[in-house]
Write a protein of this length. Structure first.
Lengths: 140, 432
């Protein structure tokens, strides 16, 4: 039980067919993605994904020669309503925590925002103190 | 250990006498029987009588790659076909391929040179030598093969390709020495790693004879640290015969047996002969060559000559690691850039892997150089800013060393092409 979630970050060359290749590797490794995001520079990108079993997924991908890293992120439940992002972001801002990047998805009336922050432990503490619900790693 | 101690350790003054005798005989014979070289000598007004010491070699005219091409296939040969026992065809690193013919005598000095070289590298009857140079038209495979057999090593003619099988054989047969291109050796290191094979623990491999393409001192260090093998630089081109000359165990340059090849280094612009240690274009004379002449041949390789005595006891001159070819020099926005400089710079950066590719394009009147670089898995960060910083760091290191702006693209390990023969890392797409 932890509010710190292990995200897999994968290096992807920015060329036609590369994402399909990585996707096929994820399939071969039987990895189920719950959420993902692509960040790109000119010649490469970083695929960031929340998966059902990050430790096993990490080992399997590594064996396949994929460049992958485990990164700590936190998942924040948001109401699918105006102002809910402001509430969480404001708490972190006031606690002096910097958000490096984030990505969100909505499902029915709920939304989850995955964020990478400079100090995950402190972020969890601050958000919890304001009764903001966080995703537990057992829920993934 | 020496293969031929008498000639290998002969005092320099005596060696000069041997060289002079060889040259005099050669030039006299060529003037009489070889139309191409007689005309070349006449055009410079030199006669065999003008050669009265080895230093007089500088009176002789140069030969060029173009001469071999213009006289393709056999117009330059001194001897009829019944004296020629083998052909090789050069890989044509730059431009058209050239034909090389061998008499029995040519094969003999080639093998003799390699036997001396391998012995100087400590390779002998106890060794099993895996030859991963291509067998066939390319001189590498067969040349090294016969040299290995000559010193009594057990030779495994593995040729190129099928790298997993190569590594299995290396383990099963207890291979102790390997001969291949440095880029193929790096490829084998990659494959071994994927197979879970550690060269240090799982194989008996201790020596690697690497060459046929320019490679840097930092690449050497990387290979030795990564695999635990001692590497020996080998030199020799198809025009000369094939790969022939290596470093000895002192590792301070490639020994050039003085009775087989005479070396000079010249300034490519002024054609002036340069002194010891001065870097320039190598000019070679094959003193024992029979099938066709190779006299003061402008081979275009960039190096310098060291005449100081080597602690190993050999008295032959040594040439420095080939740092490039005067014709593979790229001119980028008017600045001379050798691919070897790029390699040297990259290999100093710990996050950079072993593979890279150089692309040159022209947009309008401007040359652009793009470098694709594989990074090491450890160098990958989830933080985009860190990644961009790494890219910038590589760019600024290159800029510092080359004096031109280079665009760097970061690639994942395994993404860039691997080469089994000679590496072709430069793609010049400029249309001029």
């Amino acid at each position: 039980m932890s509010n710190i979630i292990k995200q897999l970050s994968i290096f992807v060359n920015n060329e036609p067919g590369r994402l399909a290749y990585i996707a096929s590797m994820l399939k071969d490794c039987n990895i189920n993605m719950r959420a993902f995001n692509l960040a790109e520079s000119t010649e490469f990108g970083i695929l960031r994904t929340i998966v059902d079993d990050p430790d096993t997924g990490y080992d399997k991908l590594k064996q396949k020669g994929i460049i992958v890293k485990k990164t700590d992120v936190i998942g924040v439940y948001l109401d699918d309503a105006p102002g809910s992002l402001f509430h969480s972001a404001d708490v972190l801002g006031k606690a002096g925590i910097n958000i490096e990047y984030g990505y969100a998805y909505t499902y029915k009336d709920k939304a989850i925002l995955f964020i990478r922050v400079d100090n995950p432990e402190k972020a969890v503490e601050a958000l919890k103190a304001q009764s903001i619900k966080l995703v537990d790693d057992s829920e993934i | 250990m020496f293969w031929n101690p008498k000639i290998e350790c002969m005092p320099v003054e005596e060696l000069k006498k041997v060289q002079y005798d060889e040259l005099k005989t050669l030039v006299t014979k060529l003037y009489k029987y070889n139309q191409f070289y007689r005309e070349r000598m006449d055009s410079k007004g030199v006669k065999p009588e003008d050669i009265n010491s080895i230093e007089d070699i500088s009176k002789l005219p140069f030969m060029f790659k173009q001469d071999l091409r213009d006289n393709y296939p056999t117009k330059m040969f001194s001897l009829p076909n019944n004296q020629i026992v083998r052909y090789h065809v050069s890989s044509g690193t730059t431009g058209k391929p050239t034909l090389v013919g061998y008499t029995e005598g040519d094969l003999a000095y080639w093998t003799e040179a390699l036997a001396r070289s391998f012995t100087s590298a400590g390779i002998g009857p106890e060794d099993t030598l895996q030859v991963c140079y291509g067998y066939g038209l390319f001189t590498g495979g067969l040349g090294v093969h016969y040299g290995g057999e000559k010193v009594g090593a057990t030779v495994l003619p593995a040729s190129t390709g099928n790298s997993e099988r190569q590594i299995e054989l290396m383990i099963d047969l207890g291979v102790t020495a390997i001969a291949c291109t440095p880029s193929y050796f790096i490829h084998l290191m990659d494959v071994a790693k994927k197979m879970g094979v550690d060269f240090r623990k799982d194989t008996k491999l201790r020596k690697a004879i690497l060459g046929a393409e320019p490679w840097s001192e930092s690449m050497k260090k990387k290979i030795e640290e990564g695999s635990g093998v001692e590497t020996f630089d080998i030199y020799g081109t198809s025009e000369q015969a094939g790969p022939m000359f290596t470093e000895c165990q002192c590792h301070n340059g490639i020994h050039i047996p003085a009775d087989i090849m005479y070396v000079e280094v010249i300034d490519p612009e002024t054609e002036e002969v340069l002194g010891p240690g001065e870097k320039g274009e190598l000019v070679v004379t094959m003193l024992k060559k029979e099938a066709f002449p190779l006299i003061r041949y402008r081979i275009k390789d960039i190096t310098s000559i060291d005449y100081s005595p080597c602690p190993c006891g050999r008295t032959s001159p040594r040439i420095a690691r080939i740092t490039g070819r005067s014709d593979d020099m790229l001119i980028i926005r008017g600045i001379n850039v050798f691919p070897s400089q790029i390699e040297y710079t990259l290999m100093q950066i710990p996050q950079v892997g072993d593979q890279y590719m150089i692309y040159v394009t022209r947009e309008g009147a401007l040359d652009n150089m793009t470098l694709q670089v594989e990074i090491k898995p450890e160098a990958f960060s989830d933080n985009m800013e860190q990644m961009l910083k790494l890219r910038h760091h590589i760019e600024s290191e290159l800029k510092k060393y080359l004096n031109i702006a280079v665009a760097v693209e970061l690639k994942a390990p395994g993404e860039l092409p691997r080469f089994e023969g000679k590496a072709k890392r430069v793609v010049d797409k400029r249309v001029i």
